[in-house]
Design a protein around this ligand. Structure first.
Ligand SMILES: Cc1ncc(C[n+]2csc(CCOP(=O)(O)OP(=O)(O)O)c2C)c(N)n1
Ligand SMILES: [Mg+2]
Length: 643
């Protein structure tokens, strides 16, 4: 460890200030309220200095989770949260969070300590080219040239994180800056950067967009998380209701207009996308989540009207009919003004509405039927049906996992904007607990009593599971639901697992997606003083949810055991593949199917086939596991492990 260059408090002179204090004051001046991180050389003093100024510091257990939490603050408040990390490995752990924030277009400021300047290239403690490393994952990455330059660099980083398309920014602080004392008068704090300027679209483009919408036979609005970030909920709802247009939220666009609004066609997603002739994209990108805007998931002649804050986004993957560059809220208002000038409504009795409603009704009926399955082991739909029944309307829903997140999204309703946080554009597992912590910290400060429900797949939970200690340490009454199928997408029950391991070592015999069956994740919560529940039946689930919601003083974790082989496809009995797709938002499996054109498809569809093979073989195995077929079945399973 390097020798510390800490100045003794007695050395400090009234007229001097340390680098750590300058950083904290600069952050405070820029309106930063929350800092997440892990301390160590050389950043500990920065955390202390921040706390002294009233910036809330939340110490996490991994920099990735700290960074996810800070980025969620950015999305929820419109001002960046700070993630404070040590040099080298600390910063490298934070890169995951920076990339995730950047992909989601969420403001974030990472402050990384780095090795002392005079030891550069000498193999200093945790030396790493940090400014360079962050460039790929951020909008702005810089090291101030001196302590005096810190305030202006921090102002630029905060400003860059929220202006234009929001994203991650990085400021590097060499260790020798942290405790260096400089004359107070030499520091000039740059004023708090102004709120981002609101840009509006060109008037002729707005007129043209209104005219394209008016002439649409089968229109559709798609509401993205850009619309949520822009606080465009009032104007978008007005547009939906005034023009009587069907709308479809993207995963984090849910709640901008409530999911239970009669014009929400989320339950007929595939049909809406496939047959719409005019689609207005409000802060939603034509990336994998929206199948790139291309056939066969869309009509070849569909007209896109793209509304986005970022000029470079316009024209990605398709040639739009109209582009409206500007703030989503302001542009929606411009569109409303057009429709005020010449009022227009899409006819509610149209064939388009009829076909969408039919599809929604049949899909909702299919989900309901699945949810009605009472006997354990439960399936995903039964679980989410009971969760939805008790979910507080103003609660934050945080979710991650594959089936857990995809199916959960179709059942769990959002009624308010910016109240859903999930794996997002980057499909990142491990974000859940960090996001939940950020939401709970905010709720505690701004709307006490508001709950955070964190719906985790058992694999997803494992990525940041130790943040349960953070949750307990700060006593955040988060409710974590672990939907436990003993695996990634699917797992096996204890008997099958034990049988499998009899013949061979787990490293050969255990399918890679398996996790230890019957794991008692609730014990993690109990270990740190929260409440833990292990539930296997709908009644146990209902009871534990009731108790968790009633207790506003403690966090809880409900470990919900479900059928390890439950899948969406298998659950939609008696309906075709198209119906199965209809009820879902895109999930990883679906994306792999869509990758066929890129050459990735073959590999991925082979893996999907393998999973089906494993499921079939498991049934065969059960049948054969009774003597005298036992040896045959073991040979069979070994061959699966090798394919
Ligand atoms: C950081 C990261 N690592 C790995 C993956 C690949 N992956 C996608 S979903 C998933 C976990 C799915 O399992 P689980 O959370 O248990 O949900 P389930 O589908 O079983 O309900 C993983 C590991 C990822 N998306 N992100
Ligand atoms: Mg799982």
């Amino acid at each position: 460890m390097p020798e510390s260059n800490v100045a003794e408090p007695s050395d400090r002179n009234e007229g001097e200030v340390s680098g750590a204090k300058v950083i904290a004051q600069a952050l405070k001046t820029q309106g930063v309220e929350y800092m997440f991180g892990i301390v160590g050389i050389p950043v500990t003093e920065i955390a202390f200095a921040a706390q002294e100024l009233g910036i809330r510091y939340i110490g996490m257990r991994n920099e990735q989770a700290a960074c996810y939490a800070a980025s969620a603050i950015g999305y929820l408040t419109g001002r960046p949260g700070v993630c404070l990390v040590v040099s080298g490995p600390g910063l490298i752990h934070a890169l995951g969070g920076m990339a995730n924030a950047n992909m989601n277009c969420w403001p974030l400021l990472v402050i990384g300590g780095s090795s002392e300047r005079n030891q550069e290239t000498m193999g200093a403690f945790q030396e790493f080219p940090q400014v360079e490393a962050c460039r790929l994952y951020s909008k702005f990455s810089a090291r101030p040239a001196s302590i005096e330059a810190i305030p202006s660099v921090i102002e630029k980083a905060v400003r860059s994180s929220i202006y234009g398309r929001p994203g991650a920014c990085y400021v590097d602080i060499p260790a020798d800056f942290v405790n260096l004392l400089v004359n107070v008068n030499s520091i000039k704090y740059t004023e708090c950067c102004m709120s981002p300027p609101v840009s509006m679209a060109e008037t002729p483009a707005v007129c043209m967009a209104a005219s394209v919408i008016r002439n649409a036979k089968q229109p559709l609005l798609i509401i993205g998380k850009g619309a949520a970030y822009a606080h465009a909920e009032k104007n978008i709802r007005k547009l939906v209701e005034q023009c009587k247009l069907p709308f479809l939220p993207t995963p984090m666009g849910k709640g901008v207009v409530p999911d239970n609004h009669p014009n929400c066609v989320g339950a007929a997603r595939s049909r809406a996308l496939q047959f719409a002739d005019v689609i207005v994209l409000l802060g939603a990108r034509l990336n994998w989540i929206l199948h790139f805007g291309l056939p066969p998931r869309y009509r070849p002649d569909v007209k896109f009207i793209q509304v986005d804050i970022c000029a470079e986004e316009l024209g990605n993957n398709v040639r739009p009919a109209v582009t409206l560059l500007g703030d989503i809220n302001a542009v929606t208002k411009q569109l409303l003004e057009e429709f005020d000038k010449i009022p227009w409504q899409y006819p509610p009795e149209s064939k388009w509405w009829k076909t969408l409603r039919e599809k929604m009704d049949s899909n909702e009926a299919a989900s309901k039927e699945l949810a009605s399955q009472k006997s354990p082991p439960m399936n995903y739909y039964t679980v989410f049906y009971h969760v939805q029944e008790q979910l507080p309307r103003d609660g934050f829903i945080v979710s991650e996992g594959a089936n857990t997140m995809d199916i959960g999204r179709t059942v769990l309703q959002n009624y308010l904007p910016r109240h859903r946080l999930d794996a997002g554009t980057f499909g990142t597992m491990g974000v859940g607990l960090g996001f939940a912590i950020a939401a709970a910290v905010l709720a505690k400060d701004r709307s006490p009593g508001q709950r955070v429900i964190c719906v985790e797949g058992d694999s997803a939970f494992g990525f940041s599971g130790m943040e349960v200690e953070t949750i307990c340490r700060y006593n955040l009454p988060i409710i974590i639901l672990v939907v436990n199928n003993n695996g990634i997408y699917q797992g096996f029950d204890t008997d099958t697992w034990n049988e499998m391991l009899k013949s061979q070592d787990a490293t050969i015999a255990a399918p890679p997606a398996c996790l230890l069956p019957n794991s008692h994740y609730e014990q993690v919560m109990i270990a740190f003083g929260g409440k833990g529940y292990f539930v296997q039946t709908p009644e146990e689930l209902q009871k534990s949810l009731r108790q968790s919601l009633a207790d506003t003083t403690k966090p809880s974790l409900i470990n919900i055991m479900i059928e390890p082989q439950a899948t969406r496809k298998a659950q939609i009995r008696g309906t075709g593949r198209e119906d199965a797709q209809e009820t879902k938002e895109p999930c990883e499996k679906e994306v792999t199917l869509r990758k066929e054109n890129t050459g990735m498809g073959k590999l991925n569809s082979r893996r999907a086939d393998e999973w089906e093979t494993v499921a079939v073989l498991k049934c065969v195995y059960r049948f054969l596991s009774a003597p005298p077929f036992k040896w045959c079945s073991l040979i069979l399973l070994s061959s699966v492990a090798w394919t």
